[in-house]
Design a protein around this ligand. Structure first.
Ligand code: PEP
Ligand code: MG
Length: 537
């Protein structure tokens, strides 16, 4: 038995034989040509063929992984038609009098290096995409087919790396799991694997002699166990059975409405912290994103994320959700989420200190950068913006005036943006108590029960000693929730819950009865909550 450790990008257990995916390596020779015009014609024909192939792949992917998963092939089409990419190829053919294949390979390498050297993780991951389309163009020039899997039975696919087009082209029925040596959790291949609901592990330093051997791919711990001992195998077979039963039951609820027997409906959205969680939200059939904790963007870095970096992230999330609502919460730094470069300094009571909207209003330059990125991204999907830790109407008025400044600047710069829904989090007793006044100022409320419990009960949510009395079911918390929902409805706005309590299935019925319009929960809780809603009267 040999265990190779990697990083999980999608959970699940797969047991089966390993098939190492061998790619038909394309050898590209540099050849001198007299007739460069003829090479340009060949390039043009190959480009057309490639676009046709990508359109076919797009159609296939829509059926298998849905619109958001298929989007990568639209991006690939755009890349093939990209002016910079094409003029680099043309220029190499003409200036060096060489064959089109070689010019495509050189340009592909150059562009991939350029992407790989970028700081932004999302852009870095695009290196694999540009390599993918270049190989496809070369195949079209050489009249070859794609890399494929020659296996009779379903297998654990092991590869150096997998391009998105290879991933969807594989016969899904024959793939038990994906295991790669390279790749990133941000790559489209990882996103596709999650969307396809197939366990996936990356960064596995596997040995070549594992081909054809029996193995277990543990997508929970990121382990590839080759030739497992009998007892280990039995243990995993049991785990897989339980896992499949659980999934099966819940999968039956996919595509079904969140509606009670008497016809009352509620939205069930997902909470996410980064782009890669979107696939999980979709895989669990979330109706939208109810809370994107944008501060994780800041926490992952050692300096402020730029407007462009943020824009790319928000745009990707909006695009991947394909028109479904995406509620992005502005920066909620401070308290337990400390970031050195903010230089917040020591505080006696950080949970009640300089945090979230208080920092944003005090340092408008940071806030405006985020708002600009959000408004720019609003053109690529349905984005709503939500502000955390509100305690007063005055704060909302200050936010509105900064938002107006941002919109004015964007308009002057000719940058398009959509009108977005703007709401606030209700996570302080103050906000809950004056929710009648706040409701006149905003488009929606989202109740943050984690903080609302902490502040209502005066119990630090971080203090392990008080864990047994930190009680989100406390009557005071529930009364505040009820009050907030009533006040929202009186002003004709909607109210949801995005704190952990929203996923507490022992309270789902009560929330539906209170008239809560939306519950935003960890992706894996979407279907369990749906089940309770559908089972109630
Ligand atoms: C909350 O307070 O309930 C909430 C959703 O925000 P966070 O947990 O990020 O503080
Ligand atoms: Mg909170």
């Amino acid at each position: 038995m040999t265990i190779f450790e990697g990083k999980s990008v999608f959970s699940g257990i797969a047991i089966g034989r390993i098939a190492i995916l061998k790619k038909d390596k394309q050898s590209v020779k540099r050849t001198h040509v007299e007739d460069t015009a003829r090479e340009l014609e060949r390039l043009d024909a190959a480009k057309k063929k490639t676009i046709e192939e990508l359109q076919q792949l797009y159609k296939k992917a829509i059926l298998e992984v849905g619109e958001s998963g298929a989007m990568i092939f639209e991006v690939h089409q755009m890349m093939v038609e990209d002016e910079d990419y094409l003029s680099s190829i043309t220029n190499i053919i003409e200036s060096q009098s060489i064959n089109a294949e070689y010019a495509v390979a050189t340009t592909g390498d150059n562009f991939a290096k350029m992407f790989a050297s970028m700081d932004d993780d999302y852009m870095k991951a695009r290196a694999a995409d540009v390599k993918d389309i270049s190989e496809r163009l070369i195949s079209a020039l050489q009249g070859r087919g794609d890399a494929s899997l020659h296996a009779e039975e379903a297998v654990i696919v092991v590869a150096e790396d997998l391009a998105p087009s290879e991933t969807v082209q594989l016969d899904k029925k024959k793939v038990l799991a994906f295991v790669t040596r390279y790749g990133s959790s941000n790559s489209h291949t990882a996103i596709l694997a999650r969307t396809m609901n197939i366990p996936a592990i990356i960064s596995v330093e596997y040995a070549e002699d594992i081909d054809g051997k029996m193995a277990v791919a543990d997508g929970f711990t990121g382990k590839l166990i080759v030739e497992p001992e009998e007892s280990v195998l039995r243990e995993y077979e049991e785990k897989r059975r339980t896992e499949l039963e659980k999934r099966q039951l819940l999968q039956e609820l996919k595509g079904k409405e969140n509606v009670t027997k008497s016809g009352k409906k509620i939205n069930i959205y997902a909470n996410i912290g980064n782009v890669s969680d979107v696939a999980n939200a979709l895989a669990n059939d979330a109706g939208g994103i109810g809370l994107f904790r944008s501060e994780f963007l800041y926490l992952e870095k050692d300096t402020f994320p730029t407007e462009e970096e943020q824009f790319q992230v928000y745009k990707t999330v909006a695009e991947n959700m394909a028109g479904k609502k995406v509620i992005i919460r502005t920066l909620d730094i401070g308290a337990d989420k400390q970031v050195d470069y903010f230089e917040l300094g020591h505080e006696e009571n950080p949970a009640m200190g300089y945090r979230a909207i208080r920092i944003c209003l005090d340092r408008p330059a940071i806030f405006k950068t985020q708002l600009r990125a959000l408004f720019r991204a609003s053109m690529f999907g349905t984005i709503s913006i939500m502000y955390p830790m509100i305690i007063s109407v005055n704060e909302v008025k200050q936010i509105k005036s900064i938002v107006e400044e941002v919109k004015k600047e964007l308009t002057e710069e000719g940058i398009p943006f959509a009108e977005v829904e703007q709401g606030i989090m209700i996570e302080t007793p103050a906000a809950a108590i004056i929710s009648d006044l706040l409701a006149k100022e905003v488009d929606f409320f989202s109740i943050g029960t984690n903080d609302l419990t902490q502040y209502t009960l005066a119990i630090d949510r971080q203090n392990a000693k008080l864990d047994n009395i930190y009680d989100s079911h406390h009557e005071a918390v529930l009364r505040l929730i009820r009050l907030v929902v009533e006040n929202a409805h009186k002003e004709g706005i909607w109210a949801g819950i995005c704190g952990e309590l929203g996923a507490d299935t022992t309270l789902t019925e009560e929330f539906v009865r209170m008239g809560v319009d939306e519950l935003s929960v960890t992706p894996t809780f979407v279907l369990p909550v749906r089940k309770v809603v559908r089972d109630m009267e």
